[in-house]
Write a protein that binds this ligand. Structure first.
Ligand code: SF4
Ligand code: SF4
Length: 292
């Protein structure tokens, strides 16, 4: 450690992990709760349809498939309404805090940067293909467990055997594509994401650079840009009216706020990124990204 670094560390109370990772922690908790719910509900037959045996379960009681459809349709309806309401209040917050596909795509993106980049060895790339295949199988199983007894995939005598395998492999293909391209799925292809961009939305709070700072205050940092899962420039994207580069693409994850705190607080500098309700007017050169 250089003398200058040592001076900064000694003279500056270092932030806690919580202070610099608050939104990441909350978000991971929210995502994990959703994924656990998706696992626990069918495993404990709180709600489950078993198309292979033409039966269903509600709260552990065996019922007809018709009756069992009700909670599944209700769950789908609940998530659809959640997307609509969240989008109306604060844009794509569903993508950043609830969607299990978004969570897994985010983890994949990190893996992809390590294993599957232009400098990667062939071994790393093969590892990425394999890991993506394994995660895709697990993710597909997660959803099939809601609609069938998974043992059907091993019973050739079951009348749904061929159909189940066909549907499983088709779903696996889509999931593999989603996970292979990582967060690009959420940026470009996800139907729920596209829906949220083209239907009415509002942003009660927005991440942006604190109005009292300017791009030149960052120096050469650019860490929030590197860490934004949606490949935005978080400092100024709220001023840009564009589906791919503007606030419409932001998933309100708070990564940029956490990242700026990680960069600035250890140096006893005020973080530049913050949440705002109303965007203050900015110079066109700020919006265009020119440092001044
Ligand atoms: S992390 Fe903070 S200091 Fe670094 S580029 Fe982003 S806003 Fe600027
Ligand atoms: S701009 Fe910030 S809040 Fe929006 S997606 Fe990027 S990191 Fe998340």
């Amino acid at each position: 450690m250089s003398t200058a670094q040592a001076e900064v560390t000694q003279s500056c109370p270092q932030p806690s992990y919580w202070e610099t990772h608050k939104f990441t922690i909350w978000r991971n908790i929210a995502y994990i709760v959703v994924i656990l719910a998706l696992i626990v509900i069918p495993v404990f037959k709180i709600a489950k349809i078993d198309l292979a045996h033409n039966e269903a379960w509600i709260l552990g009681e065996r019922v007809s498939v018709e009756d069992g459809l009700a909670p599944v349709i209700l769950a789908l309806g609940f998530f659809s309404i959640l997307v609509i309401v969240m989008n109306l209040v604060n844009g794509r917050v569903f993508c950043g805090w609830v969607c299990p596909g978004g969570f897994v795509a985010e983890l994949q993106e990190k893996l992809r940067r390590k294993l599957y980049n232009p400098r990667s060895e062939t071994g790393g790339k093969i590892a990425y293909y394999l890991v993506t295949a394994v995660i895709s199988v697990l993710f597909t199983i997660l959803f099939f467990n809601w609609v069938t007894d998974l043992r059907v995939f091993f019973y050739t005598t079951n009348p749904t055997f061929a159909g189940m395998w066909f549907t499983f492999l088709a779903t696996f293909g889509i999931v593999y594509f989603e996970l292979f391209i990582g967060k690009r799925w959420c940026r470009t292809f996800c139907p729920t994401g596209i829906y949220q961009k083209i239907t009415p939305y509002h942003h009660k709070i927005k991440p942006t650079m604190d109005p009292k700072f300017n791009l030149s205050d960052c120096g050469s940092c650019k860490e929030c840009i590197k860490n934004c899962p949606m490949a935005l420039d978080p400092r100024r994207m709220a001023y840009i009216n564009d589906f791919y580069k503007g606030l419409q693409a932001c998933i309100i994850c708070g990564n940029c706020i956490d990242t700026c705190r990680q960069v600035r607080l250890p140096k006893c500098k005020e973080p530049l990124m913050t949440w705002v309700q109303d965007l203050p007017p900015r110079d066109p050169s700020f919006i265009s990204g020119k440092v001044h």
